[in-house]
Design a protein around this ligand. Structure first.
Ligand SMILES: [Fe+2]
Ligand SMILES: [Fe+2]
Length: 475
């Protein structure tokens, strides 16, 4: 028991150490090294390192692929301190440092020189580790040791990191939904998450789109909100919104169905058609959502557009839809965007009251039919282009009789119909290991395309859960 308590204390202290490294690091950029505030952080840092030495006799951070070990135990970060992990991970990685050791005799003075060194930028691009090591020696920092990152650890698994963000978003949203009665929701974490989604969309868009195939029936509102958020940020990016606008858009999209929490579950989950009374109740969710957002303690941190989006995401381009307004107002741009991503995610999800769920491709063509009536034609065009002719996650049959999942769209317009496909069965229908093939590839001998899409398939009919393939990829 004592051991467990000690271990918990050590892990907590390890995070405190990173916290003070981070604080001191930031302060070193604005204050002189003899500044009182900077020195106070160093003092605290020293204090925590000493504490650990008393309990465990060592103090070592080790970088592993996407994780950080402290004295050989993996550190767990929550939402609120995930930025600390990001910080230390990226600072050490920039220097190719895989191991950082504080020896028991380390002094405050050494720590302060170490922090200044950590914040230095001009390391040699060819061998940042050697430069860092040389400087440690030059500055007589003898009680802090570093080791190199082993070569095999260097390739970061992007998919894994993206998957983590996706599931962190779900957990966070779930926490918020559970806490909403108390109105103690911290938006700082939500904002940070939006930034993470933004970063991942910048460098791993297809994979994140693949994850939006996750359609968990029980957690519908959760899944749905995260998906709508991801798709909206991606759409905003294609429309040229800047980073801050995208984060506001992400937040607004995240909360668009917040009001559904007030709708009784038996109506929300009712199999079969809803009667007029039930429909009226469901149609109150925009009002409820806006009301709940206003009542949030941290309401002032929310972009005002979040209210628009909560209220207007069921308004149609031709001004019908709900709620009904006596006076017609112009609908907010964010609402028009979320209207599209919301509709797309909703109709591609199987729901008890909907007879049919659409494949991603069918959903886009239905939406194009409703262009101008239901949706703003220009924004819809950008969305359809973004999703590609065959959106990521579409199940397809190839002319070779193989079955695969659209894995990534090809960027060039000429290859619009020729995305990259993850093969899941061979010609005979046997399961395969998921090799990714590029449909734009041409056979050298026949001079024609090696593979072409014959038609799209409904995943349900084949009992295939598309998202499983994206998750497996990241395991
Ligand atoms: Fe809604
Ligand atoms: Fe929705």
């Amino acid at each position: 028991m004592q051991e467990n308590n000690d271990e918990r204390k050590v892990l907590k202290t390890a995070i405190d150490i990173i916290h003070h490294i981070n604080r001191a690091f930031r302060m070193s950029k604005i204050y002189e090294p003899n500044n009182r505030i900077f020195l106070r952080q160093i003092k605290l840092l020293h204090h925590y390192i000493q504490n650990i030495h008393k309990i465990q006799g060592e103090s070592t951070f080790i970088l592993r692929q996407n994780s950080l070990l402290f004295n050989n135990v993996k550190l767990k970060f929550s939402f609120s301190n995930y930025y600390l992990f990001k910080f230390i991970y990226s600072e050490l990685q920039k220097k190719d440092v895989g191991e950082l050791l504080f020896l028991p005799d380390v002094t405050e003075n050494e720590l302060s020189r170490f922090i200044l060194l950590l914040a230095e930028k001009n390391l040699s691009p060819d061998n940042p580790f050697q430069t860092f090591l040389d400087r440690l020696k030059e500055r007589n920092i003898n009680n802090i040791h570093v080791n190199n990152i082993p070569a095999f650890e260097k390739t970061e698994n992007k998919e894994k990191a993206t998957k983590k963000i996706f599931f962190l978003s779900m957990t966070h949203l779930k926490e918020m939904f559970e806490k909403q009665e108390e109105k103690h929701i911290s938006l700082t974490t939500t904002k940070r998450l939006m930034q993470a989604i933004f970063n991942h969309i910048s460098d791993n868009e297809s994979f994140l789109f693949g994850l939006t195939n996750i359609k968990n029936f029980d957690e519908y509102t959760l899944n749905h909100s995260v998906n709508v958020c991801i798709l909206s940020i991606a759409l905003g990016k294609k429309m040229g919104l800047d980073r801050n606008e995208l984060i506001d858009l992400g937040l607004s999209a995240f909360f668009h169905d917040f009001g559904k929490l007030k709708i009784p579950k038996d109506i929300l989950l009712k199999p079969g058609k809803l009667d007029k009374k039930e429909r009226d109740i469901i149609q109150l969710h925009p009002h409820y959502g806006a009301e709940m957002l206003i009542q949030m303690k941290e309401f002032s941190h929310l972009p005002l557009q979040a209210l628009n989006v909560a209220m207007e995401h069921h308004s149609r381009e031709d001004n019908s839809g709900y709620p009904k307004y006596k006076k017609k107002n112009s609908i907010n741009l964010f609402s028009k965007m979320v209207k599209i991503t919301d509709f797309f995610d909703a109709i591609t999800t199987k729901r008890p009251y909907r007879k049919k769920d659409f494949s991603r491709e069918q959903a886009l063509s239905l939406m194009l039919e409703l262009s101008g009536k239901e949706f703003n034609p220009l924004i819809l065009k950008v969305f359809v282009n973004m999703m590609g002719t065959y959106p990521v996650g579409t199940l397809v049959l190839l002319n070779t009789a193989e079955i695969g999942i659209v894995y990534e769209n090809n960027a060039e317009a000429i290859n619009f119909y020729r995305p990259k496909i993850k093969l899941i069965t061979d010609k005979l229908g046997n399961k395969t290991d998921g090799k990714v093939v590029d449909l734009s590839e041409i056979d050298a001998q026949t001079k024609s395309y090696k593979r072409t899409i014959s038609k799209t398939l409904a995943p349900n009919k084949y009992n295939i859960n598309v998202s499983d393939y994206f998750i497996a990829e990241a395991e």
